[in-house]
Design a protein around this ligand. Structure first.
Ligand code: SF4
Length: 484
């Protein structure tokens, strides 16, 4: 997963996450989640573990027995946001003296016990692989001791826990398939905060999807730091695959096969996945997407830079030429595919020529969307240890501005390609701008808004696209899709 570019909807970013409460639960949990979809899915796993401990979720901070913030560490700004939230909790804790405060996620893993020294309000520090230990850690806290568990696991996939859906629209949900990342991109903290790659048993993945389908969910996003690296051979770290038995290797299940299993078993369910990695992506995945109408024709395919020398400095295991070949094959196999990107402006040593290579690559691909940031040095990464953050902030900002401007031009170009077409849209909620309009996404992951008429949340509707902006398509419903 290209870090947190693929952030969760800003509507729930940092907002109290809730679910239906149970009468028998007496304790109150206030939980917030920052960063990526993996963190959001982990917050749902944490809510499920604490539901068993008698916790209901609440949106009222002042009445909480336990406050948990699931943190992100991908950029300095993400960590500053968390520290500001902790200050807010501090004010409330002066009133609600029994309230316990815990930090979860990547920042907790990066700082470990140091978090307790740096932020006195914190009672509990729990890393992404230690959530099952929460009941024990809370016991320690309730006995007046601070508690820390930041052990990274070789096995843990939380495959045996059915996440409690938080702030759910009842239509689309995330299902995690892998954890951790073995690619050591020099700018990235993820391998240090989420550990080595391990994949989840396909049986438990299909079971969880089945439970969602039974609850009438219509779309599932398969989640992983690097979904293309998915490989099930009985459990354990991916790097130990070669040590597995011949039988285990021969019967291993890779991402293309898992995708085929999901789409075949649940033909009426829409599938998406995030996030891909160009160096691990196989064309089998693209052929599987072409084979199944219910696998959405959209891939988030981060590249970070269009320059070979910067890609090398980032330790990305591909060249710009190899990436462009992959893109060419993708468009050949599925011409209507839309791609989105992650881009970092101003990485260590980046020259003006390198920056021009990035703009040139974007011109060749014409992404429909992008997550673009100025390079932010992260403590503990290889780049921080070995490379000079030598591109000035002014240059980073200017280059980022040029990348964003070009992306906006391409987003409009891609949006205009949909005008005049009739597209299948899954209704996911009310439009932010107009209560009389529904919003949903087409198979290419572009947001579509249209008048509500008699259509309902969770229905697949055919919409005639009449107009667009850089980010949104506008249209009128012309009937139900045959997938409804
Ligand atoms: S190390 Fe590279 S592939 Fe892995 S999560 Fe970070 S950016 Fe993505």
């Amino acid at each position: 997963m290209e870090s947190v570019e693929k952030v969760i909807d800003e509507k729930i970013q940092g907002k109290a996450l809730v679910t239906e409460n149970k009468a028998e639960n007496t304790k109150k949990l206030f939980i917030e989640s920052y960063g990526c979809q993996m963190n959001m899915n982990d917050s749902e796993i944490v809510a499920a573990i604490l539901d068993k401990e008698g916790y209901n979720t609440t949106q009222i901070l002042e009445e909480a027995d336990l406050v948990l913030v699931n943190t992100c560490s991908i950029r300095e700004k993400a960590e500053t946001t968390v520290r500001n939230r902790l200050k807010k909790y501090n004010a409330v804790k002066k009133v609600n003296k029994t309230m316990k405060v815990g930090v979860l996620g990547c920042m907790a893993e990066r700082l470990k016990a140091k978090f307790l020294e740096e932020e006195k309000i914190v009672d509990l520090v729990v890393g992404p692989d230690a959530y099952k230990d929460l009941p024990n850690l809370l016991e320690e806290v309730n006995e007046g001791r601070d508690a820390v568990n930041v052990i990274l696991s070789k096995e843990e996939t939380y495959g045996d826990i059915a996440p409690v859906r938080l702030n759910s629209n009842g239509v689309s949900a995330f299902v995690s398939i892998t954890r951790g990342c073995d690619n050591m991109c020099t700018f990235c903290v993820v391998p240090f905060t989420r550990g080595r790659e391990r994949s989840r048993d396909p049986k438990s993945i299909l079971e969880e999807i089945g439970q969602m389908v039974d609850k009438n969910y219509k779309e599932i996003t398969l989640l992983g730091q690097n979904v293309d690296s998915y490989l099930w051979f009985g459990g354990g770290l991916k790097k130990d695959f070669k040590k597995a038995s011949e039988m285990a290797q021969a019967t291993a299940i890779d991402f293309a096969q898992l995708l085929d299993m999901c789409a075949t078993k649940y033909p009426k369910t829409r599938f998406r996945f995030s996030t891909s990695n160009p160096q691990d992506m196989s064309l089998d995945v693209i052929h599987t997407m072409a084979k199944h109408k219910n696998i959405c024709k959209y891939i988030h395919l981060p590249i970070q830079s269009g320059s070979n020398s910067v890609l090398k400095a980032m330790n990305r295991q591909h060249t710009r030429e190899e990436y462009l070949d992959l893109v060419e094959n993708i468009y050949k196999i599925i011409p209507e595919m839309n791609l989105s990107q992650d881009m970092i402006a101003g990485f260590c040593g980046e020259t003006e020529k390198d920056h021009q290579d990035t703009l040139d690559l974007m011109e060749k691909v014409k992404y429909s969307f992008g997550f673009m940031f100025a390079y932010s040095e992260r403590p503990g990464t290889l780049a921080a240890k070995k490379m000079k953050d030598d591109v000035s902030l002014a240059t980073k900002k200017r280059r980022l501005k040029e990348i964003i401007a070009l992306q906006q031009k391409h987003s409009l170009y891609r949006a205009k390609q949909h005008v005049g077409q009739v597209q299948e849209v899954l209704i996911e909620g009310t439009s932010k701008k107009n209560d009389n309009e529904w919003k949903g996404r087409n198979t290419q992951n572009t947001v579509v808004v249209f008048p509500k008429e008699h259509y309902k949340l969770g229905e697949f509707v055919n919409v005639k696209i009449n107009d667009c902006t850089t980010t949104t398509l506008k249209g009128v419903a012309v009937g139900y899709s045959d997938n409804n």
